[in-house]
Ligand binder design. Structure first.
Ligand code: DON
Length: 331
């Protein structure tokens, strides 16, 4: 447990980071996403300032909060990681790998391209791969949604995690591309269950609402080997944590994944509502929420904040690679 003095220093720095990024980045926003509407670029800057929050949670269970940390937002694509982990637990490596690969596609999240050599979606982070993963978790099985919610509540250590049915209904209104992808996949034998049931379950998992504080705790659970650092409850077996983090690292940020790994170097996952979750194994979970999106569909402020935290705390996965254990840092 950090001393009060250390806690105060971290909180001051986090507040400073929050205030500085709050004043930046509006001019970098390519658009916003609203369920039932899709992407939009407001004609004139919106009067109402957008919500913004940065939360950190350590593997020791300590939480540091800045901004609108209790404001709920839809998980959207961030939900794909948990369902991938759950599919691995329920079906095992072999069955899951037969249905969805682990290769970065380099394409946008909703691209309708498949790994034709293996007749499967490239990875579980793009919509096609997520539909295959949701199908594995049991598209038709009425209990499947409860299974997904139950595991999410364990990650977050909070019972308040629910599906926002109004977000779900709105998502169903603009689901043509996902529906087309799912029917195409079933025609190629990449989906086994009922397409409408699988699509509905996928869009319900996207419509689960969390706070930024919960997002940081969820990330800390992954950083802590799959056990929630605050409650001790296990959400995922350690051997599958490795798989989920590996796929997050290579595919979590879609066609920005390469730049993210190069510049920030922390396994992460984004969602179109403006959430970003990043995991520093053994150390820290980071949650950022800011709805303004870049051209890749990732939060602009979320990306900038993660880049600065990674740089300032030396969190890049290869940060020490230049450090020669014997001779010290490279000249
Ligand atoms: O299925 C969709 O397209 C949306 N419900 C989720 C997409 C998303 O979050 C992409 N992430 N950046």
């Amino acid at each position: 447990m950090a001393s009060q003095e250390t806690r105060d220093r971290i909180e001051r720095r986090l507040e400073e980071l929050y205030l500085r990024h709050l004043a930046l980045h509006d001019d970098e926003v390519a658009g916003y996403y609203e369920s039932g509407v899709g992407y939009y670029k407001p004609e004139i800057p919106e009067a109402e300032p957008k919500p913004f929050s940065i939360c950190l949670a350590s593997t020791g269970g300590e939480v540091f909060l800045a901004g609108d940390h209790e404001r709920r937002f839809a998980l959207q694509s961030i939900s794909k990681m948990f369902v991938y982990g759950l599919a691995l637990e329920l079906c095992g490596h072999e069955r899951v790998l037969a249905r969805v690969g682990v290769e970065p596609s380099g394409d946008a999240f909703n691209s309708i391209v498949f790994d034709e050599r293996n007749n499967r979606p490239f990875n579980p982070m793009v919509n096609a791969g997520a539909l295959a993963t949701t199908d594995l978790v049991g598209g038709e099985d009425a209990a499947a949604l409860e299974r997904i919610l139950e595991v999410l509540r364990r990650y977050a250590g909070s019972e308040g995690i629910e599906v926002d049915e109004s977000v779900f209904e709105a998502e169903m209104l603009t689901a043509d591309r996902n529906r087309a992808t799912a029917y195409l996949m079933r025609s190629e034998g990449m989906l086994e269950g009922d397409v409408e049931a699988t699509l509905a379950l996928y869009l319900r998992q996207c419509s689960v609402r969390v706070t930024c504080r919960e997002l940081a705790l969820i990330a800390a659970t992954l950083a802590n080997g799959g056990a929630n650092p605050a409650t001790g409850e296990r959400a995922l077996a350690p051997r599958y944590v490795r798989d989920v983090l590996s796929v997050m690292h290579t595919c979590g940020m879609y066609d920005f994944a390469g730049q993210w790994a190069y510049r920030i170097g922390i396994p992460a996952k984004s969602g179109v509502s403006g959430g970003i979750l990043a995991v520093v194994p053994g150390k820290l979970g980071i949650g950022v929420f800011s709805p303004g999106l870049d051209a890749y569909g990732n939060s602009v402020r979320g990306t900038a904040v993660c880049e600065e935290i990674s740089e300032r705390l030396g969190l890049h996965v290869f940060a020490d690679a230049g450090e020669d254990a014997l001779l010290g840092p490279a000249p």
